[in-house]
Design a protein around this ligand. Sequence first.
Ligand SMILES: [Zn+2]
Ligand SMILES: [Zn+2]
Length: 347
Amino acid sequence: MAGLRRDPLSNHWVILAPERKRKPNVANRKKTSPAPESTHPLCPFCPGNEHFTNPSIYQNSGDSKNWQVRVFANKVPALRIEGSLEKKGEGMYDYINGIGAHELIVNSNYHAISLAQIPLQNFQNLLSAYQMRIKDLYNDHRLLSFQIFHNHGIETGAFYDHSLSQIIASPALPQPANQLIGSMRDHFLQKQRCLVCDILRENQDSRKRIVLENDDFLVFAPYASRFPFELQLTPKWHQHDFALLPENKLNALAQIFQESLIRLHYALDNPSFQFFIHSTPNPHRLSMLEKGESLPIFFHWYIEIIPRLQSAVGIDTLNGTYINPYLPEEIAPFLKNINIMEHYLPK
Ligand SMILES: [Zn+2]
Ligand SMILES: [Zn+2]
């Protein structure tokens, strides 16, 4: 029977309606992933073609041709770092000029390869590149929020075959980030406990929605999942800033993160998906958001992974109502028990 569940982080309601369940439409998908090509002569993101893009801001190797991960400013940026910040009212509306940063990250030196398929060390270098860029952008005190995300597959609007991530640093705080901070702050004010630590404890106690776990991280299907096969990856100890994750934990994160993507890859036959890292706003700008409580105490970073299954069955309305026919309590054991041949696991 259908029921409504509320997500304590984003405050959305989802209607979980298992009777609407039908098989995700994978009929038109490629049955196997495209064979990874090492390079493509015309791809601007392949090694050797760096001159097609803006110069590197960061690459994981000093050798100009031997990098695995490379970052540069988007040629057609949504926001630009040059200039000075201008805020004004336009009638009753608020306006900020387009100051910010919009960076592209080439996730791998391999062309047309999914993050489920790259070497584990490459995945770890990618996470490390996110950290480096965010820490550098923190130094620009005009910037308030940082969005780190990746889109894979046509259902997410990903345009290129070469796997990319993006960082958008903005002087404004998007509404979902504002909601998230508010939920965590209110929970802390009421209970003197971190909301995400409470969610972790609940999931570890019930064990019904856990997909993967290691000493430091937990991956689970959220109680109020908006989309089929949605996952949340969370550090098991309290930490507010993804950029502060110590280097000796990055390998454990890369391992469990990539295994989550591999399990989705095999369960859903290379699905389109997105992930998004929810972490602290600029540490130099926290006082305006804290309202008397220290953000590092009440905020806890996590990663949201969302497969986008075309016509798959979920409904997402513009007013924030979602209908999901897949119970997270069914998704979690399915993904956990899916038989993945040993050689596909992260290495
Ligand atoms: Zn390429
Ligand atoms: Zn916490």
